[in-house]
Design a protein around this ligand. Structure first.
Ligand code: AMP
Ligand code: ZN
Length: 495
């Protein structure tokens, strides 16, 4: 086993940055609340999935074995509402379940496409809630046996007042909580307003499963407890989600799991902050609601979005704007251009460049230390990136005055590979991929010109110039391109 780097994370339970001490040496088990697959993920959801990906990649790059479980919520109120819409009132249960399945399959596929486009690693385990109905029923039964759950009219509720630790995660005082709890219209039979539903007795027009309490379906919170306990065991290193899940979802998960287990469950609760759009909450009515597909249609490269998000601290609100995306893109281009320069053979000194007395090896070592110290301290990506960008500036200056040797260049490239394991934004490029990227940039530039967005078109031309690609706009509207360097491939055309 390689040396493991120690990683500290802010723990919502204790409200402190604490070192993660895995339950099993060298292995980290992470449960992540995943998407509700009833629609395309919006860029806020994607921000949370990117934070979860960063967390996972950090542990992997730090030498740990990671089990990364992310559930798909494929049965809950909104899914039922939207999937059952067109069905006749007398549709049988088999049809209802089948229609719900087909509906959620569509959005599962879309979700996986988003993951791939954003280079979010596929989860090690990705359970669907409907495959764990038996486990959910078993868990609710266990809570009933322990006196923590009661049945009313075919539904089962958790008795919050009987669990002393309730409120430990959200740090709300129990009296205040009772007042603040939102009342679900389904839950009119509860003994106390703070009790929450574990199993919902069926209503007309809904798909159902058989249970000891009659026909019904699981409540949303029980789904995650059942999947996490079944798949990852009785104790977990880390559980994650967006901040909106702290209460009530995660508080209720703790109640269910610890209520059934009779002991502690999760060591570290880690929550990512929200994405807003230009200072406002995203909403369809405000016209500031975007999916990844919407961004791509506007010419945004998904990896620019990825980089913009990952360059921000996961516990800071991210204020999305197209201006911010452009700034992220230009930083990204700087790193990629630097990578290309380091991959090339050493060139002559730039005339008049001042002599820079930097030892490249020492400089890379310092950047590596700073980079890892920042990441290990609660995933501080802005600082980690700052360490990388200062390296870019220093090494460029040194290479201008006295070219780095091939060996030193390789060391720099190795460090870029190491940092790319986390950022996944400046990979080693295959020549064919490069051609594809060039074609895509040319197409984006043509689209910008068609939209009379001259600033963007100029920016793209400059970007291509940085990559040493020369463009020739032809009368028929096509663009011819070639590499500026000698011995390059034949000119290519782009429509
Ligand atoms: P959902 O598909 O609604 O179950 O949400 C999936 C994930 O997205 C959850 O972890 C939420 O906390 C998270 N989420 C929802 N809205 C936002 C937002 N605006 N910014 C960041 N994360 C969000
Ligand atoms: Zn969950």
């Amino acid at each position: 086993m390689t040396d493991l780097r120690a990683i500290s994370l802010f723990n919502t339970l204790t409200r402190k940055v604490e070192p993660v001490t895995p339950l099993a040496a060298g292995e980290v088990k992470i449960y992540n609340c995943g998407p509700t697959i009833y629609n395309y993920a919006h860029i806020g959801n994607l921000r949370t999935f990117l934070f979860q990906d960063l967390l996972r990649r950090t542990f992997e790059a730090a030498g740990y074995r990671v089990t990364f479980c992310m559930n798909l919520t494929d049965v809950e109120d909104k899914i039922i509402r939207d999937s059952q819409k067109g069905l006749p009132a007398d549709a049988d249960n088999e049809t209802r379940l089948q229609v719900m399945r087909t509906f959620t399959d569509t959005y599962e596929r879309a979700f996986l496409e988003d993951l791939d486009a954003l280079r979010i690693e596929r989860p090690t385990i990705m359970p669907r809630a409907t495959s764990y109905i038996t486990e959910m029923i078993r868990l609710v039964t266990a809570l009933e046996t322990r006196g923590l759950a009661y049945e009313r009219d075919g539904s089962v509720y958790f008795r919050v007042n009987d669990l002393p630790q309730y409120g430990c995660l959200s740090h709300i005082d129990r009296e205040g909580m009772q007042l603040g709890t939102s009342v679900d219209s389904d839950e009119y039979d509860r003994d106390s307003v703070s009790d929450f539903v574990l199993w919902k007795g069926t209503k007309p027009g809904e798909p159902w499963w058989e249970s000891p309490w009659g026909k019904g379906r699981p409540g949303w919170h029980i789904e995650c407890s059942a999947m996490a306990l079944s798949l990852l065991g009785q104790r977990l290193d880390i559980h994650t989600g967006g901040v909106d899940l702290i209460f009530p979802h995660h508080e209720n998960e703790i109640a269910q799991s610890e209520g059934a287990l009779g002991h502690g469950w999760v060591n570290h609760w880690v929550h990512g902050d929200f994405l807003m759009v230009e200072g406002e909450k995203m909403s369809k009515s405000l016209g500031n609601f975007f999916t990844l597909r919407d961004l791509v249609a506007k010419g945004v490269d998904p990896i620019s979005f990825r980089f913009a998000i990952q360059g921000n601290h996961y516990r800071k609100l991210y204020n999305f704007s197209f201006e911010g995306l452009r700034a992220a893109r230009s930083t990204l281009d700087r790193i990629r251009t630097f990578r290309r320069r380091m991959e090339e053979e050493p060139g002559p000194a730039r005339e008049g460049a001042p002599d820079v007395g930097i030892d490249p090896r020492e400089r890379v070592e310092r950047a590596r230390d700073e980079f890892w110290q920042s990441l290990a301290d609660d995933l501080n990506t802005p600082e980690a990136l700052a360490a990388l960008l200062t390296l870019v500036t220093d090494i460029n200056a040194r290479d201008d005055s006295r070219a780095l040797t091939r060996e030193d260049r390789d060391l720099v490239v190795a460090f870029l590979d190491e940092t790319d394991r986390l950022f996944a934004a400046w990979p080693r490029e295959q020549r064919e991929n490069l051609d594809e990227e060039i074609e895509a940039l040319i197409a984006a530039r043509s689209a910008a010109k068609a939209a009379r967005n001259w600033k963007e078109a100029d920016r793209l031309r400059d970007q291509l110039k940085e990559m040493e690609i020369l463009l020739e706009d032809r009368k028929d509207g096509t663009v011819r391109w070639r590499r500026a360097t000698a011995g390059s491939s034949a000119p290519s055309f782009s429509g």
